[in-house]
Design a protein around this ligand. Structure first.
Ligand SMILES: [Zn+2]
Length: 377
């Protein structure tokens, strides 16, 4: 029932519309047209203005042709770099790029599946419950579009985000994440004339980092420092360095412990450094910002959406298993608002690289599963 050729054409058209984060305006215009032609009630929210982008999130509502719980279907419109001028190349089993850009299957494969499924239920008059479609902006910029969406205005309590790789994987568990920023304040001095009058902020930060547990902490927890900025010249003892990182865990108490461990490493390092200048004792200092980036995704195997997907997989005779991921996606944000939203793979591979490609058999499989979820719901 899925029209594979039409879905592939849609995908190829969509990836050729550039849509880096905050530049989703052109693709949004196109998608609004498509959703309206499918008889959806469509609007764009005000998230674009809030994030400095040229479009907000798209929300489209399709009244059901039978009663039942409304279902949310969601994907994101933005892509990572290098993502301008994408030239998709179709091979028998996949779509790839010419190797100079990403493909944007992340996440236009999800968008193409949603449009195809809606087309099929529309043209074949397949009875289905109400459907809400959300195409977000700025997922790649830190789930920013979803964070600015008025999730409370959605009627759905259950849904699917189509934004992960293998089609046999339904991601039901994902970590919560904290964003961390540490600014170490030292004291500037001439590096050759009087270094003993200074406090080297880079060295202090290095001591903190050297004692910090990073990387894979345990099966549920990871941590990373990813950005460091500081210093102004090689002949100046640096008085300031900023270190930014993150911590993630499937377990809230482990996440709290990891974030405070990272902060304590900086606190201990600054305590070890002081200097007397002009008869006054100057201490190194650290300023910390620890902020929740996004909440956990924790769906049980008995969550209705999980059961519906499993039943659909059985019906179309494909294997799907529940899995956990170390990544975050818009589904985390929806779940944080109390919705039950899982993330189903679409067949995309090697995402965020110029080797990104889309496996067509998996792409078609997910479309069949999603269609069956709507039909059976
Ligand atoms: Zn994505």
């Amino acid at each position: 029932m899925i029209n594979s050729e039409r879905m592939i054409d849609t995908f190829i058209t969509l990836v050729q519309i550039d849509s880096l984060s905050r530049e989703e305006g052109k693709i949004a215009e196109r998608l609004v047209r498509e959703l309206k032609s499918l008889e959806g009630e469509v609007y764009i929210d005000d998230a674009g203005a809030k994030v400095g982008g040229d479009s907000g999130n798209i929300v489209a509502r399709f009244p059901g042709s039978k009663s039942g719980e409304p279902i949310l279907l969601s994907a994101h419109m933005d892509t990572v770099v290098p993502g301008r001028g994408i030239k998709p190349i179709r091979e028998p089993d996949r779509i790839r790029t010419d190797g100079t850009t990403i493909l944007g299957a992340d996440d236009k494969s999800g968008i193409a599946i949603i449009l195809e499924v809606l087309s099929v239920v529309n043209e074949r008059r397949i009875p289905h419950p109400p459907v809400e479609v959300v195409f977000t902006i700025c997922e790649e910029a830190g789930l920013v579009g979803a964070k600015h969406l008025d999730v409370r205005s959605l009627k759905s309590r259950h849904g699917l985000v189509l934004d992960s790789c293998p089609a046999d994987s339904l991601f039901t568990r994902g970590p919560a994440a904290d964003k961390l920023e540490f600014t170490v304040h030292g004291l500037a001095a001439h590096a050759g004339v009087c270094p003993e009058d200074g406090l080297n902020a880079i060295k202090i930060a290095a001591e903190a980092i050297a004692r910090m547990q990073l990387g894979r902490i345990d099966a549920e927890t990871t941590a990373n420092l990813g950005l460091i900025q500081g210093g102004s010249a090689v002949n100046i003892v640096p008085d300031r360095v900023i270190v930014r990182g993150e911590a993630r865990s499937h377990d809230e108490s482990k996440l709290a412990a990891q974030s405070s461990h990272m902060a304590e490493c900086f606190q201990a390092a600054v305590r070890r450094h002081r200097v007397v200048k002009d008869g006054r004792e100057v201490h190194a200092k650290v300023e910390e910002k620890i902020k929740r980036d996004y909440p956990r995704m924790t769906l049980g195997e008995d969550a209705p959406i999980v059961k519906w997907v499993m039943a659909a997989a059985t019906k179309v005779n494909v294997p799907i298993a529940c899995r956990k991921t170390g990544g975050g996606c818009d589904a985390n944000v929806f779940n944080g608002h109390g919705l039950n939203v899982a993330n189903l793979g679409t067949g995309m591979r090697e995402i965020h690289t110029v080797h990104e490609h889309l496996l067509l058999n998996e792409f078609q499989q997910t479309a069949r599963v999603v269609l069956e979820v709507l039909r059976a719901a």
